[in-house]
Design a protein around this ligand. Structure first.
Ligand code: NAP
Length: 322
């Protein structure tokens, strides 16, 4: 099969398309023929060798994808060949024509959802769900600010929060991104490049503040997030690309909780609960992943450049058979 292989950490050019043996599923494993592969920012950090987790070289990147079950190993009862599925994690890497997964990493993809949409579930939707409901304890009737509502995690957070009955504010850095956030269910949208957007958000809450912030760029925003939270407010810190200065008194005055998270810390029980909720949301139509740009698998390097550019409009996807 064809797969993207990384032989040395470095820039996007280290992503090379190669011929490798197709893996065979062992007991409890599922081989999935990939029709679409989700590209996430974390895969660029891992490729660059700057992330805490460093895979053994050479490796095939990727956690997310969607396709059809090709073959199952012994003792797999949940799936059969031909089932439409999405993956949330994989043993062999998803930037390939086939991905070998543990059965628990595979979830059913309802017929009304495209493969490209399914490739957005594993990391972005699971992260948004965990941030909102398992870490920040967002409740119906509360106000949430999705700080970075135009990308993979942000559009997911807007849809999930809106479906749960929260009042949803979203930010984006472009007109197109703000339009997208509104279309996904944000009641109000703001420009995170405008220095006064924190003041505008406070005004929109009648100076009460927001209950929850889903923060996708904490190194830029966290200090100011603290002054737009209501008493008892919570920040789910999901994305950060550097250091930031905060005034602890801003947190003290409001009894604020800062709740960091990374998906690998999620327990198997919490993961199972997340994906049960996500599959139900796909089935009932409240979750509609937004696909932005699609690239052929061979152009993985371009997809890695694109996912780090400003002006996000949904999910970046690789397609093996284009
Ligand atoms: P993405 O699709 O590339 O989207 C990036 C988002 O960040 C866009 O909405 C972008 O908006 C926004 N952004 C840019 N400048 C911002 C600012 N000043 N304030 C707020 N938002 C800003 O990436 P993603 O997949 O959604 O991931 C977002 C971040 O979360 C990444 O850093 C990623 O590594 C991290 N993440 C963490 C976990 C975890 O387990 N903790 C899991 C998944 C993702 P514009 O382009 O419109 O400016």
């Amino acid at each position: 099969m064809k797969a993207i292989r990384v032989h040395e950490f470095g820039g996007p050019e280290v992503l090379r398309l190669e011929e490798v043996p197709t893996p065979q599923p062992g007991a409890g494993q599922v081989l999935v023929r990939m029709h679409a592969i989700g590209v996430n920012p974390v895969e660029t950090y891992i490729r660059a060798g700057t992330y805490a987790l460093k895979p053994t070289l050479p490796y095939t990147p990727g956690n997310d994808g969607a396709g059809v079950v090709e073959q199952i190993g012994d003792s797999v009862t949940e799936f059969k060949a031909g089932d439409r599925v999405y993956t949330a994690g994989s043993i062999s890497g998803t930037y390939a024509e086939f991905a070998l997964c543990k059965a628990a990493q595979v979830h059913p993809l309802p017929a009304n959802v495209s493969f490209a949409q399914g490739s957005a579930m594993g990391t972005p939707y699971a992260t948004a769900y965990r941030g909102l409901f398992q870490r920040a304890d967002a409740k119906p009737g509360e106000t949430v600010l999705v700080h970075g509502a135009s990308g993979g995690v942000g559009t997911a957070a807007v849809q999930l929060a809106r479906a749960r009955g929260l009042r949803v504010f979203g930010t984006a850095g472009s007109d197109e991104g703000r339009k997208l956030a509104r279309e996904q269910g944000a009641h109000e949208v703001f420009d995170h490049r405008a220095p006064d957007h924190f003041i505008q958000i406070m005004k929109a809450t009648g100076d009460r503040g927001v209950d929850v912030i889903v923060e996708l760029l904490a190194n830029v925003n966290l200090g100011k997030d603290l002054i737009i939270l209501a008493k008892g407010g919570r920040v789910a810190i999901i994305g950060s690309r550097g250091r930031v200065e905060i005034n602890p008194r801003d947190a003290m005055q409001r009894d604020v909780d800062l709740r960091g998270m990374v998906m690998p810390n999620t327990s198997p029980e919490d993961l199972a609960s997340i994906h049960a909720a996500l599959v139900a949301g796909l089935e009932n139509g409240t979750l509609r992943p937004v696909v932005g740009k699609e690239f052929p698998l061979a152009e993985a390097a371009q997809a890695h450049r694109a996912v780090m550019e400003p002006g996000a409009v949904g999910k970046i996807v690789l397609v093996p058979y284009k």
